[in-house]
Each structure stands twice: as C-alpha cells, then as structure tokens.
Design a protein around this ligand. Sequence first.
Ligand SMILES: [Fe+2]
Ligand SMILES: [Fe+2]
Length: 327
Amino acid sequence: MATAAQAYDREDAVDQDAYERAFDAAVAADERIEPRDWMPDAYRATLVRQIAQHAHSEIIGMQPEANWITRAPSLRRKAILMAKVQDEAGHGLYLYSAAETLGTGRDELLDKLHTGRQKYSSIFNYPTLTWADVGAIGWLVDGAAITNQVPLCRCSYGPYARAMVRICKEESFHQRQGYELLLALSKGTPEQHAMAQDAVDRWWWPSLMMFGPPDDESAHSAQSMAWKIKRHSNDELRRRFVDICVPQAESLGLTLPDPDLKWNEELGRHEFGEIDWTEFKNVLKGNGPCNEQRITQRRQAHDEGAWVREAASAYAGKHTETGAARA
Ligand SMILES: [Fe+2]
Ligand SMILES: [Fe+2]
C-alpha cells in the first residue's frame, strides 16, 4: 500500500505534467508567459542569464561613449550624446526589472557582473579613439543591437518582450544619430572623412561579432528557439544586418573593410568574408583592449553610488513607517 507521502508525490508529479503541458501549449500558441505562470526551471534560468547579460551590456555600454561627452564638438552634439547615454542607463533599469520578475534581484546580478561571473557584450571592450567612433557606434553597434532585439519584442516571456518594445524605439533613434553624425563627417573635410572611414574600419568586424558565434557553435540557440525566446539564428541575423548596412554605407560615402563583400544574385543576399573568431574568443576571455578598464570603472561607479542607494532605502523606509503610522 502506498504511503501518504508517496501518494502526494504522485499527485505532485501529475500536477507538474499538467503545468508543463500548459506551458508548452502557451508557447506553441504564441501566448506570453507571465511572472506568476509556471515555467520550467531551465527556461527561467536561461531568461535570467540572457536578460542579465543584456542589462549589463546596456550599462557597461555607457562608458565608451560617455568618454566623449566633454569633448563633443558642439552643444547640439553634446545634448544628443548625453540623452543617448542616459537612455542606455534606462535600458539597463528596464532589463534589471524584467529579471526581478523572475526572482533574481539587481544586487545579485550586479555582484555577478562585478566579480566576472556574468558577461556583457564584448563590443564594449573596444576603445573609442576619435569623435567619429561615437557615430560608428550609433550606426553599427546600435544598428546591430536593433537587428538582434526587434525579434525579442515577440519573445515568449512577457516582461522581457514589453521592455524590448520601448528599448527598440530608443535604439532606433541611437542608430539614426550615429548615421547622421557619420554623414556630416563623411561629407566634411578630407580629414573628417578619413576619421569617419577609420572608425567604420575598426567597428565593422566587432559589430558582426555581436550576433554571437556561428550557428553550429552556439550552445544555447536551439533550446532558446524552441522556447521562442530567440526567433532567428545568429547567422541569419548577421546576414540580415550586412544586407541592411551595405546600401547605407554607400549613401554615407564610406566603404566597409571587407574585400570579399559582394552581392550574390542567386542567394539574394550579400556574401561576406570570414570573421576572426580567435579575436572574438580572446576578447570574451577578458583580453580585449578595455576589459579591465570597463569593469574597474563599473565597480568604482557602484561603490561611489553606495550613498545614493542608502539614502533611497532610508527614504523608502521612512515613507513606509509614516504610511504605517497613518493607517
Ligand atoms: Fe540600449
Ligand atoms: Fe543604444
């Protein structure tokens, strides 16, 4: 005869199956999974990992461009750049909040970033050497981010998908300001044109690496596609990005640094040269030109902001006490 505990276990297993079937059916029907819904542990863990990496990239990404705020060539350019860098902080906030709905707090995620247990996009480990880099980042890096992120607006997890809708609108403004900045330089003096070309030469390949490793080496892709977190493969998105950039580079009057780049009539898309994955892996391992500087500055900013967090929580505590006293 089964003990009460065994019977309970069996009932529990039946419930688990039912929950899993409901989850699978919701994903298959393109319905959104919401924070209170049952979800497989691995789905939750994958989302936390991806959203955290994304949030970290937004806030670390503020550094290379913030480097140019004090040296922007005009008031107009400075105002635009400050707005953009602030937007990126906002993107970080939306995303840390989305991760919070999965039960993982911002403190824990920041701690993982600061101790190197979670990553951010490798693109931000490259330096911004000239003013034109601000344009190249907007055009190429924000452009690649949009290509990656527009499909995430249809991601199966509700809070992440909704955060992406707003983020993508702002990224689109970022991409356009970068394009407009590069256009002004490209049509300027020969020195300005050369500066724009040099920036594009340095940022082109790293921006192609932003789509992640090739499909056959991408560890998490298949499962993420099945869960509809990811909608398109890395290579598919990378090809889409190249097709978007080629005519834009022509309008800018700039060239892309790839001698193998050509239109393939039969495939209806551009072919492009081999990506240097050794460089990608090396930067990912922490050996990029700015890895150390980025994380040191991030830790420093966090420590210097401790008093703000303490003041905010003291204020919130006071507010709760007053509210409780009034009730
Ligand atoms: Fe952003
Ligand atoms: Fe952006």
